[in-house]
Design a protein around this ligand. Structure first.
Ligand SMILES: [Zn+2]
Ligand SMILES: [Zn+2]
Length: 338
């Protein structure tokens, strides 16, 4: 079968790989759409230390069940539209023992620590198949990145009394905006790009701040009566936005970290103490986060087209990744159609 493969930094093309074999307890899916994640872009650019090349990228999937193996529950049937849970969990590490399987120490995400699914077919254990009734197979490819943003909001235990500042309005940050708004919070979205901020507003942000043009500290003070945000979600991964998160959070607030900073960050640690902060990491997503995204998308409120920058053929991966690398702030999701 055909697959997209990254063979070396800046080299991506088509590969012919063996059809996966389905065993008991497994499901074969026909892949229809796969989104390129930021982690796939980093792999392409040779900046993803977790990946060993060559690799088939891809873990954001819209697919249709092709066949089910022996012992698979009847709730999964051929023809159903599904997405995939692309993570694994070992069952033995501290995270797994605490039931927080999304943060398994030995997690292997599809297309990162193990071969991904940017290919015509894939076989996975039935537990990793997530039915998404009432959602188009195209939009299913957007569920996983949204669910990562949803998870950050549940890590922060956001409720309707909270003012939530979300720094970074890419796919994941906007997922956080959506979930915080669904929970009734007042949401302040921050980004450098006016188009992204307009979309943040459309999906639930109450206020937006363009950090390239406005003084973020003054605006946050103005919007929170000088108190700061109860919750700050960092969804950029830059040292300056990490520092901004700790500066703009209210006393006794919560900071949730999703972004991966590629260098060390210097903090005034007295702020952790004086403000008595809760600083919480947020990694991947739980099955409940996937379900919450699916429920939101089923409601019809999700403007999916706005999140899809481009749909390409598998053979156009090279061109699309180069284009994305040149304007990383301008692209939401590029979907590959199989
Ligand atoms: Zn991803
Ligand atoms: Zn584990």
């Amino acid at each position: 079968m055909k697959a997209v493969q990254i063979t070396a930094p800046n080299i991506v093309g088509m590969a012919d790989v063996a059809m996966p074999q389905m065993g008991a307890g497994e499901v074969m899916v026909k892949i229809e759409y796969v989104g390129f994640c930021g982690s796939d872009l980093n792999t392409f650019l040779g900046r993803n230390p977790m990946v060993k090349l060559p690799v088939i990228p891809g873990h954001e999937v819209g697919a249709v069940i092709e066949a089910v193996g022996e012992g698979v529950p009847e709730t999964l049937q051929p023809g159903m539209t599904v997405t995939l849970n692309p993570y694994t969990n070992c069952g033995k590490c501290a995270a797994c023992r605490n039931g927080r399987v999304n943060a398994c120490q030995y997690n292997e995400t599809l297309g990162v620590q193990r071969s991904g699914v940017m290919a015509e077919y894939a076989v996975l254990p039935w537990q990793k198949i997530i039915p998404a009734e009432g959602i188009s197979v195209r939009d299913c490819a957007l569920i996983e990145p949204m669910s990562v943003g949803f998870h950050a909001v549940s890590r922060a235990a956001v409720d309707d009394n909270d003012t939530v500042m979300v720094i970074g309005c890419g796919m994941v940050g906007l997922g956080a905006v959506v979930r915080a708004a669904l929970r009734g919070a007042t949401v302040i979205a921050v980004d450098l790009d006016d188009e992204k901020l307009a979309l943040a507003q459309r999906v639930g942000a109450t206020h937006v701040i363009n950090s390239a043009k406005e003084n973020v500290h003054e605006r946050i003070a103005e919007l929170t009566a000088g108190l700061g945000a109860d919750v700050v979600i960092e969804a950029v991964g830059h040292p300056s936005t990490y520092v901004m998160a700790v500066d703009e959070v209210a006393f006794t607030g919560r900071v949730v970290c999703i972004g991966y900073a590629k260098s060390e960050v210097a903090f005034q640690t007295k702020l952790f103490v004086q403000k008595e902060l809760d600083i919480r990491g947020s990694r991947n997503a739980m099955p409940s986060d996937f379900r919450a995204v699916i429920r939101y998308m089923q409601s019809g409120a999700f403007p999916a087209e706005e999140f899809i920058s481009r749909i390409i053929e598998p053979t156009q991966a090279d061109e699309a990744l180069n284009e994305w690398a040149e304007a990383p702030g301008k692209v939401f999701r590029i979907l590959v159609k199989f």
